[in-house]
Write a protein that binds this ligand. Structure first.
Ligand code: PLP
Length: 387
């Protein structure tokens, strides 16, 4: 290349899933078949009636066209009705922007809020894409430390000490990727009011919220929730539509108005076919989503039961829907070294802890949403053998 590249982007680490999947090529012939605990995707497909609906919609030439940047009105209204059922939310369609995945919603929120040099507070362990995006933009991630005893839940008094005049937002993920920990509603309320007092945003990424039984929080019932709260949501996991890029940003209409300048220049709109699929799911699939939640919860319980039986030197530090956050027993070895050996020797793909923030190399993330119940005993057996 005869030109230089953006140094901010050069300093960001490459996407970790690709790196881990690359290790699978180094395995020897006698490695057992892979068990993939690396990527957080549901192992099942959308229900057949949704697929039939998508097929029918694809035949309509209108489906090939753009929609308004923020998404079709009727789909955003379906979102409001779903949020009313799920959160008892007071939400209007002007507070909803459909996006290309939660990933694009995150970019819209951050680009609308921050300048290069600003700070965003992240709770460790954090979802790796968040510091990657912040770093690419020259925004400083300020990390609230991980306390294993507290299962990585945020502590308002610790977070309040990290707020400076450059802080633009507190960014949380609940349920957490990678720990699975769910932030209790009362703690979220405390953090909401902390953010409000400091006139900064509270951003909550709730990509996995359909996999918890309880109502995730009551913030959307507050009359002025949008004065402080920005929600990032993905329906990729809820409806098994990860490739359709079904996300949303819920925020103040003024923030959305500004964010649409970015959406218009980046993706224009969430694809119409995705919006039609999403509307189908929002209007008709509550009970399907609930049955998958129960299935994931069974997987979690079975995994925890097997993993915590005596004799396993890997230790469960936290777990919840989709994820287990595990401490490995090899003092002095990085998560990357251990995850690589696990892949090559035991045929188990995991993500090293250090991709979820500085100082977390003693941990590994396992995503068991990806494997069926019948594979769980074998997966756990390989950890025991390996140690
Ligand atoms: C916490 C979190 N946020 C956002 C995303 C990205 O979601 P999407 O595929 O809708 O962009 C993921 C994907 O794994 C995630 O784990």
């Amino acid at each position: 290349m005869r030109f230089s590249l953006n140094e901010h982007i050069r300093s960001v680490h490459p996407p970790p899933i690709g790196e881990v999947k690359g290790w699978s090529e180094q395995r020897s012939d006698d490695t057992p078949p892979f068990i993939d605990l690396c990527q957080a995707v549901p192992d099942y497909s959308p229900p057949p009636d949704m697929i039939a609906h998508i097929r029918e919609m694809a035949l309509d030439p209108m489906t090939c066209r753009y929609t308004p940047d923020e998404g079709l009105l009727e789909v955003r209204e379906s979102v409001c009705r779903r949020y009313q059922r799920r959160y008892f939310a007071k939400m209007r369609h002007e507070q909803v922007c459909l996006t290309c995945g939660a990933s694009a919603a995150f970019w819209l929120a951050i680009l609308t809020l921050c300048h290069a040099g600003d700070e965003v507070i992240l709770q460790l362990p954090c979802y790796f894409d968040h510091p990657m995006a912040l770093g690419s933009l020259g925004i400083k991630p300020v990390y609230a430390p991980f306390k294993e005893k507290e299962k990585g839940l945020p502590n308002p008094s610790v977070i309040s000490k990290l707020i400076t005049p450059r802080t633009r937002a507190i960014l949380l993920v609940s349920p957490s990727n990678p720990s699975g920990s769910v932030i209790p509603p009362e703690l979220l309320r405390e953090l909401y009011f902390l953010a409000q007092r400091h006139r900064i945003a509270l951003i909550i990424d709730e990509t996995y919220s359909d996999f918890i039984e309880e109502i995730p929080h009551d913030l959307f019932t507050l009359e002025d929730w949008h004065s402080t709260l920005i929600q990032i949501m993905s329906f990729g996991k809820s409806y098994a539509l990860t490739g359709y890029r079904a996300g949303l940003l819920a925020a103040d209409p003024e923030l959305i108005k500004q964010a649409l300048k970015i959406q218009d220049t980046m993706t224009v709109c969430q694809p119409r076919i995705t919006q039609l699929a999403l509307q189908y799911g929002l209007d008709r699939l509550d009970s399907w989503v609930e049955s998958n939640r129960r299935m994931m919860s069974l997987r979690h319980d079975l995994f925890v039961e097997e993993f915590t039986l005596p004799g396993n030197r890997f230790r469960l530090a936290a777990s919840g829907s989709f994820f287990a956050w595990v401490k490995h027993p090899f003092a002095g070895k990085s998560g990357r070294e251990v995850a690589k050996y696990l892949a090559i020797e035991a045929g188990i793909l995991t993500l090293p802890g250090e991709v979820f923030g500085p100082g977390l190399g003693e941990y590994l993330r396992l995503a068991f949403g990806n494997i069926q119940e019948k594979t769980i005993p074998e997966a756990v057996h390989r950890f025991r053998q390996f140690a």
